[in-house]
Design a protein around this ligand. Sequence first.
Ligand SMILES: Nc1ncnc2c1ncn2[C@@H]1O[C@H](COP(=O)(O)OP(=O)(O)OP(=O)(O)O)[C@@H](O)[C@H]1O
Length: 566
Amino acid sequence: MKRRAPWLGLVLGMILVQGVVYQQFLSITENGLRVIFEKGMMRELLLICVVVFFLFTVRGLMAYLVPRVSVWVSNSAIFEIRRDLTTHMMGLDLAYFERTKSGEIIQRLVSQTQALGHFIGLATANAVRDLVTLVIISGYLIWKNPLLFTAAILVLPFIIWVMNFVAAKVKRVQGEAETALGQYMSGIEETVTGMRTVKIASQEDMEIARLEKETARLRDLSLRVQRTQALVVPSVDLSSAFVYVLVIGGGGYMVLNPHFDIDGAGIITFLLGMVLVSDPARMLAQYLGIVQTHLVLLDRVRGLYFETPTIVDAPEALTEFDTGGDIVLDRVRFSYSPDQPLFDGLTMTFRGGQVSAIVGATGSGKTTILSLLSRLYDVQDGQITIGGTPIDRLRVRTLRSAFSVVAQDIVIFNSSIWDNIRYVNPDATDAQIWTAAENAEIAELIRARGDTPVGPKGAQLSGGQKQRIAIARAFLVNAPILLLDEATSALDQGTEARIKSALTRLTKGRTTIVVAHRLSSIADADTIFVLEAGQLVEQGGHAELLAKSGYYAQLYQAQKQGDSDG
Ligand SMILES: Nc1ncnc2c1ncn2[C@@H]1O[C@H](COP(=O)(O)OP(=O)(O)OP(=O)(O)O)[C@@H](O)[C@H]1O
């Protein structure tokens, strides 16, 4: 509202004109009635008709212009809220997205923003118009007949009481309804994206029942909101009836009684005035009802603004560092939640320019180490340095651009394979993209599929094809540090062997950290780190670790046994 103040001021000005037009209409009508009652001049009556027509033309023009400006204010407000929210959201920590349902975020950006924008521009402009009409006409009526007006507004305290009662109730139920809508949206998203699992497990009925339950809850809640809001209009209507009876009865008495200086024309105009204010009064009452609903929305949308990222650039953050140096974890303490500690003083060194591998049972923390290196999460104690520079002293962008990553959970967008590869480096030339695609053995598929989108989340691709896209991305980024998290696990042995030779070329001279379950695939790493439940239990070369006959040797033997059994 503050940003659009001049435009809102213009709207207000036009609204004032509308209010004045109404007041003038009343005053001229009163004169007109007198001309009729007192058999005045025909010419005077004609003039009055022309002026009334003119007044309504002015009002019509304003009625056209006010919504035009306010709809524009509305839409630009929606645009700005969405733009600011998106920018803010992009800066939030990964952890925020892991604990927030996507439905809630979608709801904030889509429906709540829309409703707020509409409220700021349109609803508020209308409310101001109603208020202005109410004030001007009431002022005029008070000036004409204070006694009658005071009698007429006797019911006001009752109306205010109803409004407060309804508003409090609406706000409560609306809050519940918004939460329920967010849950419903998340539910739909989960069902749709998990459709493969739903179908294989034949859980369609369960999903239908689950979504139906949430829809029913939404229905009940919106009925409750409506039920409460519905009280407003009838209460105002009833009060208006009371007012009319008072004006006709009391006003009539005043005309008949010679003590009062008021004639029939005065009473008719007074009544007309009361009719003119009754609509704005009713709309204003409705507006007060929806103010509460929108305050709830405002709370929700602002809630996203109040989320502050913790992983941000330090003051005077560095934009350069020795990307080829050793990567050192020094007494790192980290846990995703306080009740489940993961690393408690983990210390390890990945030698610059060498290939290191991390192995260990599932859940031992291998992926988490890679996430900590690129500051997807911050360590809770201890520190991580690269080439001697603590990573939290670097600009987050500088740090992250030092990594080429093939992650375990590969994110594929619903565009062509080509665009999916280019995503990580939009400035890359066609030749660079082809080279990356050839190295990752995905070029054939690009030729076969052309520009066809690969489906939401790459649903029309096999696991191995997605993995090859991810590897092509790593080739294209070409950053000094390479993180490979189960990069080749979904490939057949022939393809894996071909990609491995390309990957070996890629790792030349770069610090590389590989996470793999298949121990045979990391046997040639310079150093192998063996993790067990967040603790480093062994480290060394493959032969050295085998000779130790420890945990690694056991794992290796078990896998070899499994392979030969298979
Ligand atoms: N985003 C997260 N929020 C909360 N807990 C998490 C999160 N990611 C992982 N964890 C937990 O942290 C522990 C380590 O997970 P991590 O993914 O690092 O293991 P991993 O060794 O890479 O396992 P895998 O071999 O199965 O990939 C696990 O117990 C896991 O449940």
